[in-house]
Design a protein around this ligand. Sequence first.
Ligand code: NZQ
Ligand code: ZN
Length: 386
Amino acid sequence: MLDFTYQNPVKIIFGKEKIQDVAGEIPPDATVLLLYGQGSIKKNGVHALTIEALAGRRVIEFGGIEPNPSYETAMAAVNVVREKGIGFLLSVGGGSVLDATKFIAAAARFEDGDPWQIMSGAPIHDAVPLGAILTLPATGSEMNTNAVISRKSSADKLYFSSPLVYPRFSILDPTTTYSLPPRQTANGVVDAFVHVMEQYLTWPSDAPLQDRMAEGILQTLIEEGPKALTDPHDYNVRANIMWCATLALNDLIGQGVPEDWSTHMIGHQITAMHGLDHAQTLAIVLPVIMDVKRDKKREKILQYAERVWKIDSAALGEEKTIDSAMAKTREFFETLGVRTRLGDYGINAASIPAIIEKLQEHGMTALGEHADIGPDTIREILERCL
Ligand code: NZQ
Ligand code: ZN
């Protein structure tokens, strides 16, 4: 096992009717900026519950944060934070609202020029405290240090990470996810699944606990994901998916093991240039990376095949077992309704060079757990994604 230091301070408040406890988690004297997306919280009642829970507090609202949140919109919120002396940010919505909130928290206290520099690694020294009411299980943002922000003007989608933007708390009420459209439910399951795979499907590092935690999350998502589509109001199904998504990317299963993240880096650029949902890009890229990297990932793909999909590798032989594990993975995404080919979204070979160019511009030329996925391999991967 590799060495690690792990500290995760996020207070998770999980269960039905927990939104009503939100005021107790926020300093009483702080002016709160309630951030939200494009209206889902007004339709499903979460906005009303939040406002009711914050009765008597000074609350200002900022809505309109888009999926794949933009720097441009976030900067409008930064102005509000500065002008109104906001002391606490409350994100109410999915990963996009929360990621934007994290960026706003850091950008509002960034004094070294244009806050976009945060997205290329400029150090941050302070952030407005924040908390979350999560309505979409997918990103793990509710219990991690990451935020992914897009810049419309330059078609960039980049991430930053800082312990200063850990939420102080995250309220996870699975009933808030009943209203998710099937597409977003499926996206969430796929995103959580791929988060686990990025921390699991590398090389064996004698970390059987991390492996089994990862396999447990994958198996739970395979069992529960389809149920959420057939019975969206099943509380336990929604609760299990929500907890899986948090554990998939609160960095616990990645401690002491190598990590990949190439599917995400390539996927982010596809979203930035073509507008696909985050999970759609992952469903396209992951199965192909498994194939292109089948030799370097061989031992873990075989373990995945045997333990997660119960494929009998002794009977089938190694190559066919790997083929079968890849096919099962792709089929799982498709069964959830997430298409797995670039062509399914109208993207053809002509788009590939620009994606590679952008990745190069951002120094993403040595991706993967072996840092051996460069422009040529990315081209091969994207061509096989068509
Ligand atoms: O904007 P509203 O009206 O709220 O609608 C949203 C949005 O249209 C809707 N929605 C959310 N909760 C709902 C709901 N609709 C009905 N009922 C509910 N309960 O769903 C749509 C998608 O929401 P969004 O927040 O964009 O989805 P998600 O949570 O999947 O977040 C995606 C973003 O997170 C980034 C992605 O790249 C993408 O930008 N990621 C963040 C990560 C992190 N912070 O660690 C890691 C991930 O790998 C990912 O990159
Ligand atoms: Zn993701």
